[in-house]
Design a protein around this ligand. Structure first.
Ligand SMILES: Nc1ncnc2c1ncn2[C@@H]1O[C@H](COP(=O)(O)OP(=O)(O)O)[C@@H](O)[C@H]1O
Ligand SMILES: [Mg+2]
Length: 434
């Protein structure tokens, strides 16, 4: 027979091995850094301009960043900072290279959510973040998944648990409870509502003193920041249930939304959420904070099944929130939650696979316009990129045949361009910042 003691013993053994693997993978020389991009990539893939046009601009103005010549001697290689400086300073065909952003609006927020582990959520989130950054956008990623795939893939491996979504939720609980207490005291006039009190374990953490920006960390990409996660944050679901008990009127699902509202509206352009493979407190926070919902799904039968039950359960969970109507100050949020756009996105798609094509057409019949037109194709380079995901944008095309790399990149590019178009339409509908 086995008890918790056996499990603890097994875990102790496993932790030793984990420590060993970490040492191997997190040694300083393995720190994730961002490569440079060749003039071919900068001109054709990033600026979508002629190589000779770019060369002309660069030789006409020696004060522009000139990149670095690598061993092969033919190409110049640019850092993302240099690419962004070029983007700000040059025009092609009299057109600015800056990406479009509607004036007077805050950043647009998109959640990548589904239940199933392995649906491709983190892969999609990583690729959209990188594609958007190469497109000139400033991106904030929020990792809601304690498996921390996205955080690790973005170079963050050593995160303290209070600086994760859990910290944001606990801080929100403390602040909201204070606000509610102040409101009842302020209303005085004999109302004898009990003051809600929180245990010292929460009030003593000093979370209320943290600024919103304290939760945000830089990544290995200069224009991508992240609210990271870590394995220790796995107890959040547990803790959140207790928090709700301490203050049943706390609108727990809006904690991250309120957190994001505290950021300067123009600090970022696009905010992307990578969700855990379950509906719970964290994924409800992600979904509630999102303007746009993207639901990735693999192209198999069982994945179709699980996507179907995901939208059913999400629907119920969102409907359930209407209980909070009237509990939050007027004007701070609207229930029921309404998304500006909602799409399904097929991932790990192989166009040569008959089953995949059949499933694509089934998804199309059922979801119609809600199915993104361009699926993300199965890409060996991404699948085999190691313990931490690397995006096709990070992988150097000289490490494989250029045609293979191009094809893989083209698939992610098409999906990103469609995503960008959908975001742009949603952004236009988003209310202006007051
Ligand atoms: N388009 C793709 N091509 C190849 N492998 C993929 C692709 N999308 C996901 N994978 C692989 O599938 C696994 C699960 O993907 P991931 O994005 O981590 O899923 P989730 O975040 O939904 O659990 C990863 O090992 C990843 O490398
Ligand atoms: Mg994931």
């Amino acid at each position: 027979m086995f008890t918790h003691k056996d499990l603890a013993q097994l875990q102790a053994k496993s932790l030793k091995m984990q420590g060993f693997i970490r040492q191997q993978t997190f040694s300083p020389e393995n720190e994730k850094t961002l490569r440079r991009f060749s003039s071919w990539e900068v001109a054709e893939l990033i600026f979508k301009a002629n190589q000779s046009t770019l060369r002309g601009r660069l030789s006409a103005d020696p004060s522009l960043p000139q990149g670095q010549v690598e061993e092969d001697g033919r190409q110049r290689w640019y850092t993302l900072e240099e690419i962004n400086e070029l983007r700000r300073r040059i025009k092609v065909n009299r057109k600015s290279l800056m990406p479009p952003r509607p004036a007077g609006k805050r950043a647009i927020r998109a959640a990548i959510a589904n239940f199933k582990g392995g649906a491709g959520k983190s892969t999609v989130a990583l690729h959209f973040a990188h594609a958007a950054a190469l497109d000139g956008y400033r991106v904030l990623a929020v990792d809601f998944d304690p498996q921390a795939t996205l955080s690790h893939s973005m170079g963050l491996s050593d995160v303290a648990e209070e600086y994760t979504v859990w910290g944001i939720m606990a801080r929100d609980l403390a602040n909201e409870t204070d606000r509610m207490n102040a409101a009842t005291t302020g209303a005085e006039s004999g109302t004898a509502l009990p003051r809600r009190s929180l245990p010292a374990s929460i009030t003593d953490m000093g979370l209320s003193d943290l600024r919103a920006s304290d939760f945000i960390k830089p990544t290995n990409w200069p224009t991508i920041d992240i609210v990271p996660s870590c394995a220790n944050a796995a107890f959040v679901e547990f803790a959140s249930a207790q928090y709700r008990h301490m203050n049943p009127e706390w609108s727990f699902f809006a904690a991250v939304s309120r957190f994001l509202d505290q950021l300067a509206p123009d600090a970022y352009d696009i905010i992307l959420f990578d969700c855990p493979p379950a509906i719970g407190y964290q994924s409800m926070n992600a979904v509630f904070a999102a303007d746009v919902l993207y639901i990735p799904s693999g192209p198999g039968y069982w994945e179709y099944d699980s996507t179907t039950s995901f939208i059913g359960q999400l629907s119920e969970a969102l409907e359930d929130l209407s209980r909070f109507n009237g509990l939050v100050p007027a004007g701070t949020m609207t229930l029921p939650k309404a998304f500006l756009d909602l799409r399904f996105l097929l991932t790990r798609f192989e166009s040569g696979n008959e089953l995949h094509r059949a499933m694509q057409s089934a998804f199309g019949k059922v979801f119609g316009e809600r199915l993104a037109e361009h699926p993300i194709e199965m890409t060996r380079a991404v699948e085999q990129s190691g313990r931490f995901l690397s995006s096709i944008y990070e992988i150097d095309y000289r490490d494989m045949t250029r045609e293979t790399w191009r094809r893989a990149r083209a698939s992610f590019d098409r999906a990103y361009e469609e995503f960008k178009g959908n975001l742009a339409a949603a952004w236009d509908k988003l209310e202006d910042e007051a």
